[in-house]
Design a protein around this ligand. Structure first.
Ligand SMILES: [Zn+2]
Length: 315
């Protein structure tokens, strides 16, 4: 049984596992999922047990993952009768239901969700520590008003990408599931565009197999294997990640760990990005700077909207 969300005791809110990963890697927030407790997202169920009745996380901290991250029941986790998170088949089927993302967000929100720590409930003492242990058990937090914690929306790019990658063998599903990005609504299948067809439409999630990552120490260029054809001529495609972009990134450490591992990796890696569309540019030739050649290129503007990962099964 995989959970679409879980209740975080320290944040007093419901989070998806992708949001937990974001927070773990974010150097500007004080969050560590190992120090937190994740409880059943069903409010009535959660209220019936004390805060020790927790779930476990899978791939909450692994920078490079292959299997779909998720929350799941521990063998000791209990639920009330009728809770939809109660595992009906326990562990009898083993891990077989863990190998794909089944919770398709219908909207990818492009602005980052904020996770304010709730003020302590115990009086006016400003120095009250935000200690998870102090949070009263059996709290029923049914709603915190407006946030995007509904499983229907996500602000984490990795979530729709995982939906696409882990369900790549089920094209009918990808063609059926709706996805809204900004003002546009289409299906998952339509939004994910192979890099070689980037001229078909702007504003999509482009993806392709990486041919090479050029490591310029503080900046990087990702070259794609497939070429774009224009007027019967093939052109290389790349995206460029500037030093400034990386240095100012709040998940800088995790990103550098990931991309440096990717530079040296022998395995097939794929890059997914959104927000920019590579365009034909003339760049000077290395051998003969007098000459130029054409290449489809774009500068990535937001590292939150770029992912490098393995993607077994996609081609
Ligand atoms: Zn439950």
């Amino acid at each position: 049984m995989k959970f679409d969300t879980a209740y975080s005791l320290s944040l007093d809110d419901k989070l998806s596992i992708y949001e937990v990963r974001e927070l773990n890697f974010d150097e500007t927030v004080d969050f560590d999922s190992d120090q937190d407790s994740f409880l059943c997202p069903n409010d009535a169920c959660r209220a019936a047990f004390d805060t020790g009745n927790a779930l476990s996380t899978f791939n909450a901290k692994n920078v490079n993952y292959l299997r779909t991250p998720h929350f799941k029941n521990k063998t000791t986790t209990r639920h009330i009768d009728g809770c939809r998170y109660a595992s009906t088949h326990k562990t009898a089927t083993g891990e077989s239901d863990d190998d794909r993302e089944e919770n398709f967000p219908s909207e990818w929100v492009l602005t980052r969700r904020q996770y304010p720590r709730k003020p302590a409930l115990t009086g006016v003492d400003a120095s009250v520590p935000q200690d998870p242990a102090k949070v009263p058990s059996n709290r029923t937090t049914t709603s915190h008003g407006t946030n995007d914690s509904s499983p229907d929306k996500t602000s984490v790019f990795a979530h729709p990408v995982e939906c696409f990658v882990s369900n790549i063998d089920d094209k009918d599903k990808l063609k059926r599931m709706p996805l809204k990005i900004g003002e546009h609504t289409a299906t998952y299948w339509t939004f994910f565009k192979k890099i070689e067809y980037l001229q078909d439409n702007k504003g999509l999630i482009y993806w392709g197999k990486i041919k090479e990552i050029k490591d310029y120490t503080s900046s990087f260029r990702i070259d794609f294997e497939k070429k774009v054809w224009l007027n019967k001529k093939p052109y290389s495609v790349n995206v460029y990640l500037s030093k400034k972009l990386i240095e100012n990134y709040r998940k800088r450490k995790a990103f550098l760990e990931q991309i440096k591992a990717a530079v040296d990796s022998e395995r097939a890696l794929y890059c997914f990005f959104y927000g920019v569309t590579p365009e034909l540019k003339q760049v000077p030739s290395k051998k003969n700077p007098e000459q130029t050649f054409g290449v489809f290129s774009a500068n990535i503007e937001n590292l939150d909207h770029l992912i490098i990962r393995e993607a077994p099964g996609v081609q």
